[in-house]
Design a protein around this ligand. Structure first.
Ligand SMILES: [Zn+2]
Length: 131
């Protein structure tokens, strides 16, 4: 009984989408310094996550709730619409030049990428009833 086991390695899929840009052009000052941060730990009752939009140049700051699947670029386009239509509250936070962007929490969270693959392979077993 020669069961040959072939070592077949699936080619590792490189995901070029992994690092999408998170810095965009600021609609207020025009500088490419608008960063979008998605805080997956902060959720509202609708299951949306909080996105924080911040400009490193003029200090523009806004928060909005977005669906969890949103990428920063999606947040940005939604923010842009809301901003241009005046539907979103923005603040200007000029803090004394502190450039501490990453907290320890964020660094820790960055190493683990949760990805759930839903496998729906539940075979329904036909039960035969015999009398
Ligand atoms: Zn700006």
């Amino acid at each position: 009984m020669g069961r040959r086991r072939r070592k077949y390695r699936k080619p590792q899929l490189l995901r070029p989408m992994r690092r999408l840009p998170t810095v965009f052009e600021c609609p207020h000052c025009g500088a490419r310094a608008l960063s979008v941060e998605i805080r997956k730990k902060e959720r509202n009752e609708r299951g949306e996550v909080k996105a924080v939009i911040r400009c490193g140049n003029c200090g523009l700051y806004a928060e909005m709730w977005v669906p969890e699947i949103f990428q920063p670029v999606d947040v940005y386009s939604r923010f842009l619409d809301a901003y241009l239509e005046g539907r979103i509250e923005v603040e200007f936070r000029k803090e004394g030049g502190g450039e501490r962007e990453l907290s320890i929490e964020e660094l820790a969270a960055g190493s683990e990428e949760g990805e759930e693959i839903g496998e729906s392979g539940e075979g329904s077993e036909g039960e035969a009833w015999r009398w």
